[in-house]
Design a protein around this ligand. Structure first.
Ligand code: IPD
Ligand code: CA
Ligand code: CA
Length: 266
């Protein structure tokens, strides 16, 4: 494992300890509503502090963009993008599908990534050019040759209801052609599962860079494709994501594109 990934793993495990400490006591947490259906608790904040603390120890000069505390200035050539708890709503309901997501972006290119599910003890790691791993096993995307018989992941735009009608049109376009569609509630894990061959494809409108950064490297390093709704690579900026193995990615883009409103063309 690359030494930088080792640091990120240490940080992710520290956050995982915080998350597990609270997972049977969610009733005791103070929950704030950041915006529509967007919640944060002291678990998110404490986990984020634990991650930043580990990263700062090893790389005091690097910049950090973390969901709950925003941007910490430093050398912008090295930017850590952190989601301390992806799947907060699941966590707050005791629904065990959530993870820590950490990525390092060097001069605009994502180079290292860790996604850690502390409940299932699944550690997904990747470094650019070195493949992607689940625990110690190499991950590969599936070999499915089209949408037939596939299992596709997605997310509902529950924080952006203005996109619901458009989303439902894309859903209707994809639904008849696949075996199943799953909305598990943690986008970082959706991408990690795609890399692990547990899903064949994925699409979602309006994510944030901290939901996507780590998972996108894993998808690519596992042989998959990820892009925005125009098939380009602006997904971190637009938050609109399509991903899959080569064939599924192509087919999903084709099904989604005709239904997009003007503001979602990228
Ligand atoms: C959310 C999850 C969810 C996705 C949302 C994200 P959070 O992240 O990834 O699957 O649909 O758009 O915001 O808020 O739980 O970190
Ligand atoms: Ca998230
Ligand atoms: Ca989060």
């Amino acid at each position: 494992m690359h030494p930088t990934v080792n640091i990120a793993v240490r940080a992710a495990r520290a956050a995982g300890d915080v998350i597990l400490r609270y997972h049977n006591q969610v009733d005791l947490l103070t929950i704030e509503n950041k915006s529509l259906n967007d919640f944060v608790s002291e678990v998110d904040k404490t986990a984020e502090k634990a991650i930043i603390n580990e990263i700062k120890k090893a790389f005091p000069k690097h910049s950090i963009l973390a969901e709950e505390s925003g941007k910490t200035l430093g050398d912008d050539n090295f930017l850590w993008i952190i989601d301390p708890l992806d799947g907060t709503t699941n966590f707050l309901h005791g629904f065990p599908q959530y993870a820590v997501s950490i990525a390092l972006v060097e001069k605009g290119v994502t180079t290292h990534a860790v996604i850690y599910d502390p409940f299932k003890e699944e550690l997904f790691t990747s470094s650019k050019g070195e493949g992607a791993y689940l625990n110690d096993e190499r991950m590969r995307v599936t070999m499915s040759l089209g949408l037939k018989d596939t299992l596709i992941g997605t997310g509902f735009p529950f924080k952006q209801p203005q996109h619901l009608d458009c989303y439902l049109e894309t859903f209707k376009a994809i639904h008849p052609h696949v075996s199943g569609i799953r909305r598990a509630g943690a986008a970082a894990l959706d991408l990690a599962y795609l890399a692990a061959g547990r899903l064949d494809g994925f699409w979602e409108i309006g994510l944030n860079s901290w939901d996507i950064a780590a998972g996108s490297l894993m998808v690519k390093e596992a042989g998959g494709f990820i892009g925005d709704f125009s098939g380009r690579d602006q997904y971190m900026e637009t938050g609109n994501v399509v991903a899959g193995n080569a064939e599924v990615y192509k087919e999903l883009l084709k099904k989604i594109h005709p239904h997009l409103t003007a503001d979602l063309q990228r």
